[in-house]
Design a protein. Structure first.
Length: 163
């Protein structure tokens, strides 16, 4: 094999989430970065507006007692929202493919999962198998949901295989 040409096994694209010497790298193309950035910006707006599609980001602590639940949400709701926004800040700082540490990758996991949950809520996705028609007006959002599911899987795998 001539010098300077990588082995055939290294010709493909790098994994979506790569374990590197100093941590991790999320390898996104330009279009993927643009779509994710817009998606995260949309999530910021939904959070600020207390949009109903964000309800899965604020789990219920007292499902049988509305008064206790309201008090719980009053006490922790702002903290949950602030921590979600902080996670989005981490992602936005590292979306360019810079090396990140484990804590930052966990913030990626949180942000990707949050957007995935919101889109899933908006599309009313359940545990049942989906059959999407090619002419469905929401096909792009279903495709984004699928991409986020894959990205989340890569993140979880990277975290699972490192201390």
């Amino acid at each position: 094999m001539p010098r300077g040409i990588p082995r055939p096994g290294r010709w493909g694209a790098p994994p979506l989430v790569e374990i590197v010497d100093d941590g991790y790298r999320v390898n996104l193309g330009r279009l993927e970065r643009l779509v994710l950035q817009q998606t995260f910006d949309d999530l910021r707006v939904l959070l600020a507006d207390n949009d109903p599609s964000t309800r899965r980001l604020y789990p219920n602590a007292y499902v049988d007692d509305a008064k206790l639940e309201a008090e719980y949400q009053r006490l922790v709701g702002d903290d949950l929202a602030r921590s979600q926004l902080d996670a989005l800040d981490v992602v936005e700082r590292s979306i360019d493919g810079s090396t990140i540490d484990r804590d930052e990758l966990e913030q990626w996991m949180r942000s990707v999962n949050a957007v995935r949950l919101v889109i899933g809520t908006q599309l009313d996705i359940s545990e049942d198998e989906l059959h999407i028609e090619p002419d469905d007006p929401d096909i792009d959002r279903y495709m984004l949901y699928d991409f986020l599911t894959g990205l989340l899987s890569w993140i979880i795998s990277a975290l699972a295989f490192t201390p």
